[in-house]
Design a binder for this molecule. Structure first.
Ligand code: GLN
Length: 196
């Protein structure tokens, strides 16, 4: 069975674990870098990217996650997780290094504040019918390079992308009872496992 971890430093963890199990994979809450060793995929959840970055550095996650990605294992960043995956964060003033794995430039909080949270039915490449996407102080992607496939847009803004073994969405797929987005990711992890 494919084993998928959720980085459990801060943010929406339990909902992701539930989705992973619904998609027929084993779900693990990841609190220590050593736990990455026997995983096939890792989800970086939504939350507060500044806080998650600080905690990733504190607990020594940066290099182990980069090595994990380099091995071809699957990574999925949702909302704050998308920000952390991006190589370029617009106007970033944080001292802490970020993961910087995806060739995208991201803008934080580009859909307004918490009170402006909304749901939109999005067409997403790989899914047969619109997905109910929930946006909470969500980022969007300003630009991508040639290696990045745009999977979805919302109001002309890029909100879902894939670059090989890396997947990212501006929205929170785990906050609905539609399991197809995590399902897509579990399939990616399964494919990566077969390749390895
Ligand atoms: N606005 C948050 C940030 O910049 C992300 C919000 C979320 O993950 N729902 O980190």
């Amino acid at each position: 069975m494919v084993k998928i971890g959720v980085l459990a430093l801060q943010g929406a963890v339990s909902e992701h674990l539930h989705h992973i199990e619904k998609c027929g994979a084993e779900a693990v809450s990841v609190k220590k870098p050593e736990q990455l060793d026997d995983l096939d995929g890792l989800i970086l959840p939504g939350g507060e990217s500044t806080t998650i970055r600080k905690l990733m550095l504190k607990y020594g996650f940066l290099e182990p996650i980069r090595a994990f990605a380099k091995k071809g294992k699957a990574l999925f960043g949702t909302c704050a997780g998308m920000i952390i995956l991006a190589k370029d964060i617009e106007g970033d003033t944080e001292e802490e290094e970020s993961l910087g794995l995806m060739d995208v430039k991201v803008r934080r909080n580009s859909f307004g504040r918490q009170v402006d949270s909304f749901e939109a039915g999005l067409d997403i490449t790989g899914l047969d019918a619109p997905f109910p996407a929930i946006f909470i102080r969500a980022p969007h992607i300003l630009s991508v390079n040639d290696h990045v496939e745009v999977l979805s847009t919302c109001d002309d803004r890029i909100v879902a992308v894939r670059q090989g073994n890396l997947l990212a969405t501006s929205f929170h797929p785990e906050l609905t009872d539609d399991y197809r987005m995590i399902g897509l990711f579990v399939d990616m992890a399964r494919e990566a496992k077969v390749k390895a």
